[in-house]
Each structure stands twice: as structure tokens, then as C-alpha cells.
Design a protein around this ligand. Sequence first.
Ligand SMILES: C[S@@+](CC[C@H](N)C(=O)[O-])C[C@H]1O[C@@H](n2cnc3c(N)ncnc32)[C@H](O)[C@@H]1O
Length: 299
Amino acid sequence: MHAMGEGSEPTASPAPFTSKRRGRSRPGPGEPTDFDAVQRLMWAGRAQAYASSFAGVCAHPVPQLLDAARVGAGVRVLDVGTGTGTVAEAACARGAGVTGVDAEVDMVDWAARAVPQAAIQLAVLPQLPFADGFFDAVTANFVLDHVGRPGAAIAELRRVVRPGGRIAVTLWAVPEAAGQSLLGRAVRAAGVTLPSGLSAPAAEDDFPRTVPGLAGLLTSSGLRDVTCEPVHWEHRVPADTWWAGAAAGLGTVGQVVASRPERIRAEIRRHFDLLSAEFTIGRGELALPHSALLACGHR
Ligand SMILES: C[S@@+](CC[C@H](N)C(=O)[O-])C[C@H]1O[C@@H](n2cnc3c(N)ncnc32)[C@H](O)[C@@H]1O
């Protein structure tokens, strides 16, 4: 297989996974970590790109997430990291009173337009602008994947839910299912190295992305009667749509793709098309196996 080295042409966007803090001391408890800083850059201005690509795959576990949080008519629910508003919209459809927050202003604007019946505002974990015990339930769909201090984030979700109120979260499982690793395989096949470093929280803040790992995180953050289960599904999506999410710079792999010169992006795309063959179900559509973890507990 021909492996292409990284070229010297101008890049499409700045190199990812760099931080001004490198070499400096560890940030204090209220300060964003290097991982948080990378995430802020990654999501900035990408609501449209997310809505038209990866929002679809993240929508799959939403009914189970809302069931786990017992979201129904009259429940006062907070959806954290609401993105383009998928969970907020589904919660509104159940008759809940919905507040949504996100760290990215572009997402806040998008969700506010998409779900006008919800109250959407800017807020960044692990600090939420709500009183202790204000909500009956809190949800966070594929948000823990993007915070630098997951334990502090869960503790903050616990703080804003009332005693007995429920918290439900989803997280991408490790090891990844075959459909999730397709883009990363294409990058490696093109001879491009995926970064380690800032593509994950600092080791002392991280936790295993497994059933016991996520359950342990919730329990150690003060939640009670914690349960965690794997969720598996097949996401059907046009190959061009899946590629577009990465080409727009979404996710760790997307940041790598978008920061490479056009010649290398084309080579990654070529390998993506070759590797997609095993998932193709006809007319350019892929069936991509995915695995997530769904965990819940109460205050
Ligand atoms: C994978 S998207 C999920 C969006 C939405 N929950 C959904 O199901 O489609 C992750 C979202 O979390 C937001 N996010 C990342 N870090 C955050 C933080 N520290 N506080 C609040 N939101 C955050 C991002 O801006 C992005 O909108």
C-alpha cells in the first residue's frame, strides 16, 4: 500500500492539538485545561457542519437517554452541551420544560433557532449558572467526551439537580466499533499520524471509556444507584455526509484531516473510499456500526 508522507503545502486550517499552556503548570480547579482549550477551538463556528453530519449519529440513543433521566411532561430538565438541540427538541416533544446550554456560541444560536420552545444559553462545564437543585433531571449526550475534567463536570451536573433528581449521560465506548474507526483508519492508511497528547484529557483527569469506567466516574462524583449499559447500533449515512463531517474539522480525526494540505486530504479521502467498501449498502450509503455507553444515577 502506498503511504503518503505529510507535505509542505499551505494547510487548510491551523495545526490542531497545540496549546499555549504547554510546559506550564497544571491549571487550577476553575480554569480550563489544555484539552478544554482544544475543544473550544474545535467546536467554534461548526454548528452547521455538525448539524449536517455527525448530529445524526449522536441522535440515536436520545430516546433511551431521556427515558433514563425520566424526562416526561412537566419535568424541568437541563440538557448540557445541547449542540444543535437534538435532545432539547426531543425533551420538549415529551412536554418537559427544557433549558439547554452549550459552550459554543454558534451552537447556542443554532439550538435557540431550532428549538424556540426551550431556553438556550451559553455555559461551560464544569461551571453552570444555575442554583443548587434547580432541575428535576439533567442530560448530556456525547458531551463528557469533550470535557477536560469529567469528574468535575459530573459533580456540577449533580449540584444543579434536586435531591432524588436523575442525571443521564452518553459517551463513546472504547474500543470503538468498526464504523467509528473508519475515518481514523483512512487517515493512518494515508500515512498521517493521529495525535495522542491533547486528543484526550490529562491522565490524572481521565477515566476508562468502559462500562465499569463510566459507572465508577458517576459513583465517585457522588451519584447514587448508578447503572451503565452499552448501546449498539448501525448508523446509515451517505459516504459523502460522513466524510463532510471530518473535512469540516469535526472530531479528533476531523481536526487532523482539515489541517492537512489539499494533496494529503485527497489521499485520505481516497483511502476512505477504499475502506468504505466493507460498509457500503448501495447508492453511496454506508451502514456503520457504533457503540456507546449510557449511564445514569440520581442525586
Ligand atoms: C458531540 S456534540 C453533542 C451535541 C448534542 N448533545 C447532541 O446530542 O447532538 C458535543 C457538544 O458539547 C459541547 N461542549 C463541549 N465541551 C463543553 C463544555 N465544557 N461545556 C458545555 N458544552 C460543551 C460542544 O460545543 C458540542 O456542542
